[in-house]
Design a protein around this ligand. Sequence first.
Ligand code: ASN
Length: 355
Amino acid sequence: MNYKIVRLNTRAKTSKTSSVLIIYTGGTLGMAYDESGALVPFNFGQILEKIPIINNLDVAITVISFPSPIDSSNVSVLHWKDMAYIIYENYDSYDGFVVLHGTDTMAYSASMLSYMLKGLNKPVIFTGAQLPISALRSDARENLMSSLEIATAKIDDKPIVPEVCIFFNHLLLRGNRSKKVQSVHFDAFESENYSPLAESGIVIDYQLAAIRPYEPSKKLKLLNELDNRVMVLKLFPGITDKIMDACFAIPDLRGVVLETYGSGNSPSESWFMKSLERAIAKGLIILNVSQCNGGRVIQGRYETSRELLNVGVVSGADMTTEAAVTKLMFLLGQSKDREEIRRKLTIPIAGEMTT
Ligand code: ASN
């Protein structure tokens, strides 16, 4: 990929100064209105002109920009590989990383990178904005400045947050526990099943007990084999076996995230279970997550989920759909052994589930 690299001329002078690599992928933060009035991404050089204060920071900042910044609705497996590779390649040269990303799919990207960057021991902070940086009331400046502070925050020379996170509107959340819940207000992200890692007010208040520990013995490994032959099937009252069978018949499909009701419940009628049984018998992996944002899947709690357990559906516990579908792609890419993948789906990789 043909990255554009810009080194900012900040106040940072000494070798002791913290350093951050910003990876600019696109998103509303850096968009401007085109002639038709639609928001389209523009180049990072122009963004910096909008926040000259960044040059006053005592942090050495380098920016790598995607050659063509994207609206995050266009994010693909290849973009995830690029983001992870850039971090991996530059890992030793920076104290932390800030990924500027559109909000629409930020939770998917943060989840995927949390799996791909095995042994990560430095902050990778995803952030973006609901309003372009050029808008007077934009949230971009606060989100970017706080993310830069978090990416370089240390206690006793050790990074406070050595994991993949999303910072947005005063909240620092574990990336693979986050969900976009708002498209209009500034509080766009939530984490129903895990407490925030920090809240920013006058100071940034870190919840140290919730943050993954710093483990200096670990070495970063890039695991970039992914397999996106998966789908998400959301149940709804009125779904038929025709619909289910048609989905399961998709050529090459390897895994399905099944969004069920409540604590992991589904219709218990035989046509439904038979359709699932046929899918599992032909080799598909079915992973059960709830349509509810809070709570968890407990297969067997109700009669309407006991059968799912019996036919071999894997419980996704309290994972978000975003964490589940990316985990499925990740594990399918890492192994061909179906039983191993099924087992690993139930074990946390990067704090994405509580077992
Ligand atoms: N469509 C935009 C994106 O995800 C939304 C945003 O960034 N607020 O790229």
